[in-house]
Write a protein that binds this ligand. Structure first.
Ligand SMILES: C[S@@+](CC[C@H](N)C(=O)[O-])C[C@H]1O[C@@H](n2cnc3c(N)ncnc32)[C@H](O)[C@@H]1O
Length: 203
C-alpha cells in the first residue's frame, strides 16, 4: 500500500476508534494507555511505591497512568523523542540501546527495581518482517537489561511482534524468568501483529 493511502486509512481508523476518544476524555496522550491498563488488570504488575522504567515512553500515556494512579512511584521514562513533563517521572531523551543511557538509569535508581516495561517500537518501514525483527531486537536488549536491574520478584513487560523474532524472544525469556505469558490486550488493534510478553520472577 502506498504511504499516503496508508496514512489516510490510519487517520480514518483513529477518528472511529473508541480508545482514542476515551483517551482524550481522560487526558491521556495516547490510546496505548489502555493496553497497559488491560495488562495490569490481568497480571497485576503495578503497585504503590513501584520503582519502574518505562522504555519507549513517548508521548507518555503509560508513565502518566502510573504516576497518577500509584502513590510514591519512582519512574524513569526514556524515549528518543522529547516528551512533555509528567509528575514524578525522571525523563531521559536518548536511545535506550546506548550503554551511556543504561548507565544513567542504573545510577539514578542506585539499586534493584520492581519493573521494566517497554512499548518501544521502531518507525515502521511498511515491511512487516523487517519491523518485527528490528522491534524484536529492541525487546531482547530490554529483556537482557531487565535481568541486571530487576529484583528477584521483578517483572518485565514488552511489546513483541508475531514474526521471525517471536520464538527467539520466548526462548530467552523462559531461560531468564520463571513465569512467561504472551497476551494481546483488547485495546491492541486486531490487524496489528503486536502482542505483549509478561515475565515474572527471575531465575
Ligand atoms: C508506541 S510508542 C510508545 C507509546 C507509549 N507507551 C505511550 O503510552 O505513550 C513507541 C516509542 O518507542 C520509541 N523508541 C523506539 N526505539 C527506541 C530506542 N532505541 N530508545 C528509546 N525509545 C525508542 C519511539 O520513539 C516511540 O516513541
Amino acid at each position: 500500500m502506498k504511504k499516503n493511502k496508508f496514512s489516510k486509512n490510519w487517520i480514518i481508523k483513529q477518528k472511529r476508534d473508541v480508545y482514542v476518544k476515551q483517551s482524550k476524555i481522560e487526558g491521556y496522550r495516547s490510546r496505548a494507555v489502555y493496553k497497559l491498563q488491560e495488562i495490569n488488570q490481568k497480571f497485576k504488575i503495578l503497585k504503590n511505591g513501584i520503582k519502574l522504567i518505562d522504555l519507549g515512553a513517548a508521548p507518555g500515556s503509560w508513565s502518566q497512568f502510573i504516576s497518577k494512579n500509584f502513590k510514591n512511584s519512582k519512574i524513569v521514562s526514556i524515549d528518543l523523542k522529547q516528551m512533555e513533563e509528567i509528575k514524578n517521572t525522571y525523563q531521559i531523551v536518548g536511545d535506550f540501546t546506548d550503554e551511556l543511557q543504561k548507565k544513567k538509569i542504573i545510577e539514578y535508581f542506585n539499586g534493584k527495581i520492581d519493573a521494566v516495561i517497554s512499548d518501544m517500537a521502531v518507525n515502521t518501514t511498511g515491511n512487516k518482517s523487517i519491523d518485527s525483527i528490528v522491534t524484536g531486537e529492541l525487546s531482547v536488549d530490554a529483556l537482557i537489561f531487565s535481568t541486571d536491574i530487576l529484583k528477584k520478584q521483578g517483572c518485565f513487560v514488552s511489546k513483541i511482534f508475531m514474526g521471525p523474532s517471536f520464538n527467539e524472544i520466548i526462548i530467552i525469556a523462559k531461560k531468564k524468568f520463571k513465569q512467561v505469558n504472551v497476551f494481546k490486550p483488547p485495546a491492541s488493534r486486531k490487524d496489528s501483529k503486536e502482542s505483549f510478553i509478561i515475565c515474572k520472577y527471575l531465575r
